[in-house]
Design a protein around this ligand. Structure first.
Ligand SMILES: O=P(O)(O)OC[C@H]1O[C@](O)(CO)[C@@H](O)[C@@H]1O
Length: 445
């Protein structure tokens, strides 16, 4: 079960206690229903990049992934080479549910020292490298692949090929033909699935299979989110959270904080930030008019950031909507023991850590509300594969709904292209000489 608890979310006046979500849904019913129906009806068109809706239905690919994992029981270290949507989902799932025995390493940057350190410490014979890139052209991922491929070949000769598995577009880019010509194992990223929406396809499921995540249930949870996203508005959770986000933005709350009360969910905010910011920060709407849509997603972790950011969240500018994520039941709990001589702490004696964690989340939500800082809590029955799959897919739906409400394309990312082209020019890539000269004249070289 995934459900919502609202705190101080008035659509018109921030600071007034209570938010009538029912009334807001009524007021915006037409818009939301149109958004829901448009998303479901456009899903058949690959150009719309809504393939992520159907991915959790694809149990055949999941079976292939599980067969591949079983056939490679020699793997002790799995290095994931990918960036953005090609890394963050697997990282979040692994931190939440990974239970080994394989150790996962993520190379999602080109800072030389951590890469050199990994190459020094890992044993090639026990290492599998999963290179993940939808485009097959991302400089960071490809540079890392060149380094790891050479490292494997230097150590293992021709056997390096058994130590690489490629996850990429079935047709586009240079990785697919390369995998074919070298006889490397390869899995598809469906063409209609963008990186930040790819966690339930092999981008997320292959690494997760190596750390024992219950993938059947992860996908079942994602399918549950799909059902919810098709429901009437009163039951349609992503339509509801998208509406809250939309109304908050309309009130000038330009920042959306995402704050799970869980260390195991510590990478979920990173995944959410990419999903939200890259999808929704757009200069132009679907008709090409300048809109500059979006809110800025900010990461936080409870309780940790109660001792870092909550001061600002309560007393700083009223420019934020805060989403807390809280579990209703722990997977394991621990009693806080009584200690003689420390009676000043007796309010803790005999209580459980989960009790304390829950109290802190509730206390923060209420303290924020009292300060007029709107927030809501997404409650997860527990942290297992089913509920995590549900939450991930819920957040993808929320993003898609927001894209519709803002009338923008949530599935492209034109804003990151120029930086990539400048990088090619600065690195001396063929065909970029003119741009390099232009940069030089502007003092960048
Ligand atoms: O999977 P690819 O093509 O290497 O892309 C990695 C990431 O780079 C971007 O294209 C741009 O940041 C993201 O959308 C994507 O998740």
């Amino acid at each position: 079960m995934l459900r919502l608890e609202l705190h101080n979310l008035h659509p018109e006046r921030v600071g007034e206690y209570g938010f009538d979500l029912g009334a807001a849904l009524g007021d915006h019913a037409h818009q939301l229903q149109a958004a829901r129906d448009a998303l479901w009806s456009r899903k058949a068109d690959p150009a719309e990049f809504l393939g992520w809706i159907d991915v959790p239905e694809d149990t055949e690919t999941l079976r292939e992934i599980l067969r591949y994992r079983e056939a490679n029981d020699w793997v002790e270290e799995l290095v994931v080479l990918g960036i953005g949507g090609s890394a963050l989902g697997a990282q979040a799932v692994n931190a939440a549910l990974g239970r080994g025995p394989v150790r996962l390493h993520f190379v999602d940057n080109v800072e030389p020292e951590p890469i050199a350190q990994l190459l020094r410490t890992l044993e090639p014979g026990k290492t599998l490298v999963n290179v993940i890139s939808k485009s097959g052209s991302t400089a960071e991922t490809m540079a890392a692949f060149l380094a790891f491929r050479k490292w494997l070949e230097d150590a293992l000769g021709d056997a390096w090929k058994k130590h690489v598995v490629v996850t990429t577009d079935p047709a586009k880019g240079i990785l697919r033909p390369y995998a074919k010509s070298e006889g490397l194992a390869a899995f598809d990223i469906p063409p209609a699935v963008g990186g930040r929406f790819s966690v339930t396809c092999p981008v997320g499921t292959l690494p997760s299979a190596f750390v024992g995540v219950d993938l059947e249930n992860l996908l079942a949870g994602a399918r549950k989110a799909n059902h919810t996203a098709r429901d009437a508005l009163e039951q349609n959770l992503p339509a509801q959270t998208a509406l809250i986000q939309y109304l908050a933005a309309a009130q000038g709350l330009n920042i959306t904080v995402f704050m799970p009360y869980s260390t195991r969910l510590r990478f979920l905010p990173d995944w959410f930030v990419q999903l939200h910011d890259e999808s929704l920060g757009k200069m132009l709407d679907r008709q090409g008019r300048e809109v500059r849509s979006g809110t800025t997603a900010v990461r936080a972790i409870g309780t940790t950031d109660q001792h870092a950011q909550v001061q600002l969240f309560r007393e700083g500018p009223h420019d934020k909507l805060i989403t807390l994520v809280r579990l209703e039941h722990p997977s394991e709990d621990l009693e806080i023991p009584a200690v003689k001589g420390l009676e000043g702490l007796d309010y803790l004696f005999g209580k459980s850590f989960f009790h304390l964690l829950t109290a802190e989340a509730k206390a923060t939500a209420h303290a924020l509300a009292k300060a007029g800082q709107p927030n809501y809590t997404i409650l997860l029955e527990k942290l297992d594969a089913y509920h995590l799959g549900w939450l991930l897919q819920h957040l993808m739906w929320q993003t898609a709904f927001l894209g519709e409400l803002w009338n923008i394309n949530a599935f492209d990312q034109p804003g990151v292209e120029l930086g990539k082209e400048y990088t090619y020019a600065l690195m001396g890539r063929k065909g970029y000489e003119k741009l390099a000269a232009e940069l030089k004249s502007e003092g960048v070289e």
